[in-house]
Design a protein around this ligand. Sequence first.
Ligand SMILES: Cc1ncc(COP(=O)(O)O)c(C=O)c1O
Length: 472
Amino acid sequence: MSANERDYAALGVAARLAEDYRREVAAAPRNPTASYAEILAKFDAPVPADGSDAVAVIEELAKGARDGLRPIVAPRFYGWVNGHSHLAGVAADWLTSAWGQNCAGIPMTPAGAAVEAVAARWLLELLDLPSECSVGLVSGATIANFVGLAAARGELLRRQGWDVEADGLYGAPPLRILIGADAHTTVFSGLRYLGLGAKRAELIATDALGRMLSSDLERALKASSDPAIVIGQSGQINTGVSDPFGEMVPMVRAAGGWLHVDGAFGLWARASAEHRHLTDGIEGCDSWATDGHKWLQTPYDCGFTIVRHEEAHRRAMDIDASYLSKANGTERHPGAYVPELSRRSRGFAAWAMMKRLGRSGIAEMVDRDVLIAGLLASGIAGIAGVVVINKPELNQFVVRFGSDLGGEESDRLTRATIDRIQQDAIAFMGTAMWRGRWVMRVSVCSIATTEDDVRLTIEAVRSAWEAVQAEL
Ligand SMILES: Cc1ncc(COP(=O)(O)O)c(C=O)c1O
């Protein structure tokens, strides 16, 4: 049965509902008023015996979900490192869905494959990474890390005469994994998926802010002649710092290793002339993971794996079958760089955001977010009894409340203040553990956040902290 008029009408209804939501959330963000359990209760009906009218389905979805939506796209949302799902990217993403473009290969979607190829090239230029790199468009940095590490594993074993793609890991020569002690949890997921073992990774010491100590890396590299995959980080999730790549790259090269970077958001510092220096030397690495749905502001989901050694990337990921003819074989085959066969044509939304913002718009956004993070940190540091743990060099910082009251009491007050800020719904802050203690985590990663939000945010923190103290 093909679409009837009511199915077509559902597209217009969804567009109107989406526009209403975005206007409303920008003007007056509100927290979810319904819990997970309440939303579940609304939707958890038996499998429908018969179909329903499409407009009614969309209206029921929007009405039922509304009270459980978190205002992630609102300007004073600092809870996680989430981008804004920019409307231009959303619109491009709707077209991608409406067109039903599966980016499994060029014959399946010449447009999806071609636009993705352009988006990949633009990405390398924006991030100022070597033009010979290959790029895969994946669902996010988790999978981007996995793909980069798969290429690393294959290449380091190939250099030892072992074909891991064909023969697997049983009986393979040894590989070491060296990783900063403050790496993101998803990198360990990648190690698990690849049979490299999350626990076998050797932790390299970090400084007070989570930056890898190159002296410790050097010592670890010298401790064994087995080749090593070294995993660095650009953008520590609590402090935003990047590892000292200028020092690390020559060490890893000299040791015959592979240096992979988790740069989920930090890599975007390179799009700004002012902040590019934070990642100096990173261009010498072997592979990089980053997100589109963070600082490029695309809707979910969009991530990028970038690999200097295209052959290694392809060997790890390429999918082939006679029915998947790859056009003439010389063009960039989009399926050669990602783990999935069928997937949405993410290149459309990525292209749309790069086109919408342009080089200058992306740089201005990064610069503004860094400026706002600095203003927030200094404003919050000015509140009596509040300690900002790191002066942000990028977009992330962490805060403790009542830290002169002792560890556990300060943990309790920190969590109570975050709860209070979240209830007041002027701003949304996150919670994390840092150096064994609870902290309030602030991420500024949205194009919607402006300098006008700074005062309101600082006031929200001050009044929540005063309210918590009044209850002491
Ligand atoms: C540093 C870092 N690495 C990896 C990830 C995982 O990214 P994603 O959630 O897009 O898969 C994140 C997400 O916040 C991150 O901040």
